[in-house]
Design a protein around this ligand. Structure first.
Ligand SMILES: [Zn+2]
Length: 207
């Protein structure tokens, strides 16, 4: 499903979206879905006329199984390099079959995707949670730092060990960004005009 030109998500994955960034045929995935979802990703690529070998990077927002579960199978199929914050990487490499050479990202790092894919540290949901931002395109990938299930919100309190830190992170790191397109992991993607609603949602978060 196309969100905006060059940015899609894999149809039919559940519960978290897997984003496909196609930069002139060089593909970056943001998150990787549940352990059993690699075939869906590979089928999506094939259906859209692409090969698994075009996937160069798998960039993870955080360690949870609905975001990183299919990494081992996808790496085996594509040869992609995996990127995550050091805290997340440390947890991931403990898991069976997970690649051991996860590349570390920290706040402010920029990956060579489109005009530059910026990593933004937004701790709270996990200690090393990252959002990703394309400033020229004004596209924000929130991971689990924000949801859009019947309205934009902060992370699920039930699944977030430090909600207060998560909210502070959003106020300090996300509220001032110029955002047109909001790509949440859970819930509805907003293709255009997300900025105002995003800022209002962050302003409404509990202190
Ligand atoms: Zn999560």
């Amino acid at each position: 499903m196309q969100v905006v030109p060059g940015i899609e998500y894999v149809d039919e994955t559940s519960p978290a979206h897997i984003y496909v960034l196609d930069d002139g045929g060089e593909i970056t995935l943001i998150d990787a879905g549940l352990p059993n979802e690699a075939p869906k990703v590979l089928a999506y690529l094939e259906r859209s006329g692409r090969s698994a070998q075009q996937v160069k990077r798998i960039v993870l927002t955080h360690r949870h199984g609905d975001h990183a579960g299919a990494v081992p199978e996808l790496v085996a199929a594509t040869g992609a390099v995996v990127y995550a914050h050091a805290d997340e990487a440390a947890a991931l490499v403990e898991q069976p079959a997970m690649p051991q050479n996860v590349q570390h990202l920290q706040d402010g790092d920029v990956l060579p995707v489109f005009e530059g894919l910026h990593a933004i540290a937004v701790p709270g949901h996990t200690s090393g949670h990252l959002c990703f931002y394309l400033p020229e395109r004004k596209v924000l990938f929130t991971g689990d730092a924000m949801l859009n299930r019947g309205g934009i919100s902060g992370p699920s309190a039930q699944h977030t060990p430090d909600v207060s830190r998560a909210h502070t992170s959003l106020r300090e790191k996300i509220a001032s960004l110029e955002v047109e397109t909001l790509c949440v992991a859970h819930g509805d993607v907003i293709a255009q005009g997300a900025g105002q609603r995003l800022r209002a949602a962050i302003a409404a978060l509990a202190v």
